[in-house]
Design a protein around this ligand. Structure first.
Ligand code: GLU
Ligand code: ZN
Length: 488
């Protein structure tokens, strides 16, 4: 059953199917098609997230296809790494994982179909001859192109021969891009493209069309580095008598300075963000907003994204990558995670710090104390250090000591010590009361003692409430740290 979607301007049609309640839902099948020639980078991750959300929103299907036809550059380790990143991001795929190298027969079958119907032909021109044609066209002020030399020569398969698609001689290819709107390309800009190389392998455009058709893909969402391929793919669909899917080309991600995103800007692989201690939900949230909006809302749970993301409101202009905003989001998610979950997540980073094994309960205590100030799990784990060291190994920030520890503050700490030593229950609430009473009884302000006590306890101006820090350290360690400071 076909219906027109009122939502999309420009004549985009969607296929609707009745669901079990008898109402109509959109049949959406998307795919992500990485080439395993490197790890999954944030640009690819964003594309994958868009495709995944689109499928989940419409209760459709999301497929993953490994485009590994470049035998020289494709590596199994990259496929494994891409899959690991997909899982880490929570992007589950439906059905079997597809590898293009396992589908060669299928591509050949479709190429044969085009040969049989006279839409494609064998070309025996050598690369040198094709280059010469291109040069000649350039000299005449035309686009460099293959001149159709073998079109009507009726060659059969031969050593070194490739197969080319007959491009129509005139007309326009018009499509309505989900992101960029209407795109129109004059076929005079295209030439008879190679669809099967001399070695019998399909070209990218041919394989993608066959796969997208065979997999029932309704929406092809990909990076706009592929936008120039789309008119060519549409020509292949038409030659095969197939209806093309809806296309959406998302613009690239730029660095903060507007230049092409590079390592310098934080353009890295997803696994590197994982190692930096980012939470996947923060990265997903960040990347989705980088190219899509829902009013001015910044924070979205995954459920909310699935609910809201319908493939509209995709921004056609390139987004700028902002590391600070990513970290801000990460800090937000770290603050709001259940503490037991946060403790579980920070565990491997704690091990990396060399603190040794720490019991879950203690780790939770540390998370409560320090999570408000950390932007990443790496920072969080690092911030535990002063709490785990023994008083005589604690590293003090010299500048902080110079500013906070003097004869006056030492005297106050010396007076506080026996009071703390006598505090009956050494827990947060009792310590808070004991400390407040001490401050009041001595006619002090908090400013006159709290920073000095903080310096004594953790060695720098960080951490959480003083009473919580003391409760975590315990009586003995608290007193030992004050003692050490008194010797400065
Ligand atoms: N394999 C292509 C790439 O990694 C994607 C092709 C597509 O999405 O059509 O750039
Ligand atoms: Zn030729």
């Amino acid at each position: 059953m076909l219906r027109h979607s009122p939502k999309y301007p420009g004549g985009i049609f969607f296929c609707f199917q009745p669901n079990f309640k008898g109402t109509y839902i959109m049949n959406v099948v998307t795919r992500f098609a990485p080439s395993p020639t490197g790890h999954l980078h944030i640009g690819g991750a964003r594309t994958a997230i868009f495709c995944w959300l689109m499928a989940r929103h419409f209760k459709g299907q999301f497929h993953l296809r490994i485009e590994d036809t470049d035998l020289l550059r494709s590596k199994q380790e990259y496929t494994d790494s891409i899959l690991a990143s997909m899982r880490w991001l929570g992007l589950s795929w439906d059905g079997e994982l597809n590898y293009q190298t396992q589908r060669m027969d299928l591509y050949r079958k479709y190429v044969q179909k085009l040969l049989d119907t006279g839409q494609a032909y064998w070309c025996t021109c050598t690369p040198e001859e094709v280059d010469a044609m291109r040069e000649k066209a350039k000299l005449m002020g035309l686009k460099p192109r293959y001149n159709g030399h073998c079109r009507e020569l009726g060659h059969g398969p031969a050593e070194g021969a490739c197969v080319r698609l007959k491009c129509p001689s005139e007309g326009k290819i018009v499509f309505d891009d989900m992101v960029k709107g209407r795109i129109s390309v004059d076929v005079s800009e295209l030439d008879d493209m190679v669809i099967q190389r001399a070695d019998g392998t399909p070209t990218y455009n041919m394989a993608v069309v066959v796969d997208d058709y065979e997999m029932g893909i309704t929406h092809v969402i990909r990076g706009d580095d592929h936008v120039s391929n789309t008119p060519r793919q549409i020509l292949i669909y038409r030659a095969l008598g197939l209806k093309e899917p809806i296309f959406g080309h998302v613009p690239m991600i730029l660095g903060q300075d507007g230049a092409k995103l590079s390592k310098r800007h934080g353009a890295r692989a997803v696994i590197e963000y994982e190692k930096d201690g980012l939470l996947p939900q923060a990265l997903v949230n960040y990347l989705v907003r980088l190219g899509w909006s829902h009013g001015d809302q910044e924070i979205f749970s995954l459920e909310e994204l699935v609910e809201l993301f319908d493939g509209t409101h995709l921004n056609p202009s390139a987004a700028r990558f902002d590391v600070n905003k990513l970290q801000w989001l990460n800090a937000h998610y770290m603050r709001n995670l259940p503490v037991a979950e946060l403790a579980r997540l920070v565990q491997p980073f704690v091990l990396d710090c060399g603190y040794g094994e720490i019991a879950q309960e203690r780790l939770e205590g540390l998370c409560v104390l320090f999570r408000d100030r950390a932007k990443t799990l790496v920072e969080l784990a690092a911030s535990f250090k002063p709490m785990l060291a023994k008083a005589d190994e604690l590293e003090y920030d010299e500048k902080v000591v110079a500013k906070q520890i003097n004869d006056e503050t030492k005297e106050r700490l010396a007076n506080l010590k026996p009071v703390l030593a006598g505090c009956s229950d050494f827990d947060g609430p009792s310590l808070e009361k004991t400390f407040n009473d001490f401050v009041a009884a001595n006619g002090l302000t908090f400013k006159q003692i709290a920073p000095a006590l903080r310096t004594a306890l953790v060695g720098f101006m960080g951490g959480s409430h003083l009473h919580d820090i003391m409760a975590f350290l315990g009586r003995e360690e608290t007193l030992a740290r004050i003692d050490r400071t008194l010797q400065f």
